[in-house]
Design a protein around this ligand. Structure first.
Ligand code: SF4
Length: 211
């Protein structure tokens, strides 16, 4: 079996993260990918966008001592993880079978149902403990300015996906990045939107060069 050299698994303050794709259906003004190539020294650009579940599982196995002690693992990276929904489900199933104590979180732009044209929350619910969905704005106008989405009706799609995750009883947090230069987001109004969808809400400050 050929081992991949890319960082499909990386660590941030000792917490493991999975980096499966560089594809994304947004182009957010605050995206870290525009500012730097690495997270704490791990270059997250991939040679090819053809990562399989087994590629990731192989890297997890190489670090199994650390994974066994971790409280949580996060699908995140330099791209939108749920573009690779089948691989996310396969890896999550493997994690729950082999590391039953680990919690699994996904950080996502919330476009997955629109991309795959089905309710993927149903597929995620058996394995995923937490999902963090970028709300990015209090209305469609702000959302589009901040996120530059490449799909139609993106803001409505994100809200529908938040509702779908809440309905499947995945612990759902919606997030906004505040203080993005030139794009004032109304954090209080975002919180009202999040609560109306049944989700929790978290605002985090924009930090130049991230992490
Ligand atoms: S959704 Fe995430 S990966 Fe995609 S552009 Fe926005 S910040 Fe970057």
């Amino acid at each position: 079996m050929v081992e991949r050299n890319e960082n499909l698994l990386y660590f941030l303050d000792n917490k493991p993260y999975i980096n499966m794709t560089n594809a994304c259906t947004n182009a957010c003004v605050f995206c870290l990918r525009n500012q730097k190539d690495d997270v704490q020294g791990a270059n997250l650009w991939l040679d090819k966008d053809n990562i399989s579940a087994i590629d990731v599982i192989n890297q997890i196995e190489l670090k199994k001592d650390i994974i066994a002690k971790a409280d949580e693992i996060v699908f995140c990276g330099y791209g939108e993880p749920l573009i690779k929904i089948n691989e996310v489900v396969e890896i999550s199933k493997y994690l729950k079978e082999n590391y039953p104590n680990i919690k699994i979180r996904i950080n996502t732009n919330g476009h997955a149902n629109a991309i795959h044209k089905r309710n993927v929350a149903l597929e995620l619910a058996p394995y995923i403990d937490f999902i963090s969905i970028s709300l990015n704005g209090e209305n469609e106008e702000v959302y589009n300015k901040v996120s530059n989405p490449k799909i139609e009706n993106a803001y409505e799609e994100v809200k529908r996906f938040i509702r779908a995750c809440v309905e499947e009883k995945i612990k759902t947090v919606t997030t906004v990045v505040s203080n993005v230069p030139n794009y004032p987001v109304n954090v209080e109004r975002c919180e009202v939107v999040a609560k109306s969808l049944g989700a929790k809400f978290r605002a985090r400050e924009f930090i130049e060069n991230g992490y």
